[in-house]
Write a protein that binds this ligand. Structure first.
Ligand code: HEM
Length: 486
């Protein structure tokens, strides 16, 4: 054996004598079970796949840092935002939503924008999208919505009929649908898109004073999109286009960066503002709540191994640090459960101990054992609390900020039901060319809808947002806006 090369071993570290020929009983005899290296190889290969993410399965990611450029400590005591110049290591993962792992990167679909900040007070995850709003605003509708974005149970095909059926029956989706079918629906690359926390969050300062915030993470590469024709062409030629773009640019030293901003709303405005600030289908107009710079994120390190660094990455809106809290947004509340639950299923109970998820700070608690426990499992320390053996104890100074609630426990809808003003405003802001592309993208999909009643119901929503919007879609589909809608 050449001493330059390492000796091949089994998983048990035992040197392997032959990795090219399986062991047989005689020259033409059957393969024998005592070739344990062969057995291990075949068995491990059969177990290479773990469940892909139920949504956002297709993605790419990289490591980097976040640096504070503006002192906002009067709004939040979050340690990683505490002083200008402070740097925090981070991981970002970008994804499409509906497609399976390996599906085309240039699909018309929102893009996931997941950030993990390895702060000195534990991991802060901001698990957002490239759009400031979402299709629905209550977690109870999420599984139904996602089923319409996936495959038909019989044909196993993606089916615009399901998507438009659901959207036309869920008018709160109109804002996000308008963004999705506009130019913004296919970002040119992951590097050329903005990110948003989308939900409203709460920031609390050292004095215990809170504000509502929304995050905007704006690309420094310039905002670019792809038209439908180019996106479809690239999907055929190079489905991994955006993954390749991100990896290659970082490898070549062209490190993408984004500038993070927040909109800040005083707590008391939430009661009087004419838009429900917790409704994730709405934006806060910048005239009312301008963008305030927070810092810059730079991605400068590619994963060493895609599976361990990106596939095993587990982001959760439930990972928030002192100074940052959730809001009563019903989608966000549901997400606090969904992600950690998904990780326990996909990666196992000890997923936070996997290298990419492990916080850069000491972890002290009384959780023990479970499948694949591969740290020291608390060693000989006590596994219960309270105890008399100097075990870890709570710190009341980091309790979440309080929030007054009143009323009946009930299944209560949002009480602001204007689904049309913001999508209408967005439509009216578009140039003539943009409007034409929007309508053409919508019609490209809606013409596949089998039931005319679904098409007409959706046209009604477009019409209510702006009569011209509804008329154009109706005309392009060879239909008429129903008289009773006008
Ligand atoms: C991934 C659930 C809404 C952004 C996921 C995953 C689940 C999930 C189960 C897979 C997690 C995994 O296996 O790693 C939900 C539920 C929602 C919801 C129940 C509504 C109640 C949203 C919204 C956004 C969003 C509103 C953005 C604003 C993402 C992103 C990922 C993801 C970016 C990929 C995370 C990664 O990069 O690993 N979601 N989601 N989701 N979701 Fe959601």
């Amino acid at each position: 054996m050449s001493d330059k090369r390492k000796r091949l071993t089994t998983e048990g570290g035992i040197p392997v004598g032959d990795n090219q020929n399986s062991m047989t009983a005689g020259y033409r005899g059957p393969t024998i079970i005592q070739d344990v290296h062969l057995l291990e190889k075949l068995a491990h290969f059969n177990r290479e796949r773990i469940p892909e993410r139920v949504v956002h399965a297709n993605g790419a990611g990289a490591f980097g840092y976040f640096e504070v450029t503006n002192d906002l400590s009067k709004y939040t005591k979050a340690d990683f935002l505490s002083e200008v110049g402070k740097r925090t290591e981070m991981l970002a993962r970008f994804s499409t939503v509906g497609g399976e792992k390996g599906s085309a990167d240039t699909a018309r679909d929102p893009r996931g924008f997941s950030l993990k900040f390895y702060t000195e007070e534990g991991n802060y995850d901001l698990v957002g999208n490239n759009t400031p709003v979402f299709f629905i605003r209550d977690a109870i509708k999420f599984p139904d919505f996602i089923h319409t974005q996936k495959r038909d149970p019989q044909t196993n095909l993606k089916d615009p009929d399901m998507a438009w059926d659901f959207w036309s029956l869920s008018p709160e989706s109109l804002h996000q649908v308008t963004i999705l079918y506009s130019d913004r629906g296919v970002p040119a690359t992951f590097r050329h898109m903005h990110g948003y926390g989308s939900h409203t969050f709460k920031w609390t300062n050292a004095e215990g004073e809170s504000v509502w915030v929304k995050y905007h993470i704006r690309t420094d590469q310039g905002y670019k999109t792809l038209d439908e024709e180019t996106a479809v062409k690239i999907a055929g030629e190079n489905p991994d286009y955006k993954t390749e773009d991100l990896f290659t640019s970082i490898e070549e030293g062209d490190h993408p960066s984004w500038t993070m901003y927040v909109q800040i709303m005083p707590l008391e405005d939430a009661d009087t503002y004419d838009i429900d600030p917790f409704d994730v289908t709405k934006v806060w107009p910048h005239d009312d709540y301008p963008l305030i710079e927070v810092g810059k994120m730079v991605l400068n390190r590619n994963p060493k191994n895609y599976f361990t660094d990106i596939e095993q990455a587990a982001f959760s809106p439930g990972n928030f640090v002192p100074g940052i809290d959730v809001s009563p947004d019903k989608m966000l509340q549901g997400r606090l459960f969904a992600y950690a639950d998904a990780h326990r299923y996909r990666l196992g109970a000890n997923y936070e101990t996997l290298p990419v998820n492990r916080p850069k700070v000491e972890v002290n608690n009384y959780q023990r054992d479970g499948a694949m426990r591969f740290d020291d499992n608390g060693g000989g320390s006590k596994n219960y609390e309270p105890n008399s053996y100097d075990g870890p104890v709570e710190d009341p100074s980091v309790k979440q900020a309080t929030y007054p609630v009143s009323g009946l426990a009930d299944s209560t809808p949002y009480d602001h039901d204007d689904h049309y003003t913001q999508p209408g405003n967005l439509y009216r802001l578009m140039s003539e060319d943009e409007k034409q592309r929007l309508v053409s993208n919508i019609v490209g999909s809606m013409k596949e809808v089998r039931k005319e009643e679904i098409q007409l119901r959706q046209i009604e929503h477009f019409y209510k947002a702006d009569p011209d919007y509804g008329e154009r879609v109706a005309q392009a589909l060879g239909l008429k806006v129903p008289e009773e809608v006008k």
